[in-house]
Write a protein that binds this ligand. Sequence first.
Ligand SMILES: Nc1ncnc2c1ncn2[C@@H]1O[C@H](COP(=O)(O)OP(=O)(O)OP(=O)(O)O)[C@@H](O)[C@H]1O
Ligand SMILES: [Mg+2]
Length: 278
Amino acid sequence: MPKATVISLVNMKGGVGKTTVAVNLAAYLVREHGKRVLLIDLDPQSNTSLSLMPEAAWAAWARDHGTMADVFEVDAKRKRDHPVKLAECIVPNVVAGLDGLDLLPSHLQLTFLDLDLAARPARERILARKLAKVLDDYDIILCDCPPNLQTATQNALYASNWFLVPMQPDFLSSIGLGLLLDRLAYLKTELEFKIRCLGVVFSRVRRHVTFHQETMDRLPGEKAFKKLHFFPTVIPENISLSEAPMSGRPIALYAATAPGAEAFSALTREVVARLAGD
Ligand SMILES: Nc1ncnc2c1ncn2[C@@H]1O[C@H](COP(=O)(O)OP(=O)(O)OP(=O)(O)O)[C@@H](O)[C@H]1O
Ligand SMILES: [Mg+2]
């Protein structure tokens, strides 16, 4: 079996839809394409984890099995009597009715990751090293990153073949896209990442907002972004997408006919086609 393709969802801007794209792309990869998918939550906010698990179940899993905080061995007090293996922290088939979607949950302790790992050599390579042992178990691994390019995100990028950028089509976000690509190019050189850009996904798009459409028309033609792939399918602002996490289910199971669901189904087809054409 081929090794998993690893994709990081990144944007320094917060609240642009990284987690929503990670969760729902993962779900459609499993549901409509029969992929075996691992979703890794690298954000201390733990939004991906809590979108798919009730809080009590997540807390129990963190206590009994472990989370990304244990994978990174961040807090000495949390250290177990034996080193925790990454595979032990994975919640198999995290959503009932969606076999094939596994989750590696996050923990609030990751807030202190940068401080805790400051003196650790090759600290940006920990995830890649530990992930190697489960690469054969999955077709695709998605890393949901926090809104920064610090240690957690650097670990995701180093372990990844691709990065995917969810962004809102507004003025400040389009400035942010340039800064993000600039910083990623710098990290790629300095830390010897072998990563490529899978593309930009416009998310939280409001059709009646004129500047959203203007931004989506303008950006692909700009010199700095000419080589970037912009996915033709965009994710609309859709209330069902923000309600679904309350039910602990992706939109595919929560509201399969909502506009947001149809968009994610189409986006997933485009992602699969782009990966197949590589
Ligand atoms: N397409 C959408 N339609 C409606 N609500 C959305 C959509 N995308 C995201 N949201 C909501 O907007 C908020 C931010 O989205 P999300 O958590 O996916 O962004 P993020 O980029 O992961 O944020 P952060 O940077 O904090 O991790 C959430 O409450 C989410 O439910
Ligand atoms: Mg998020």
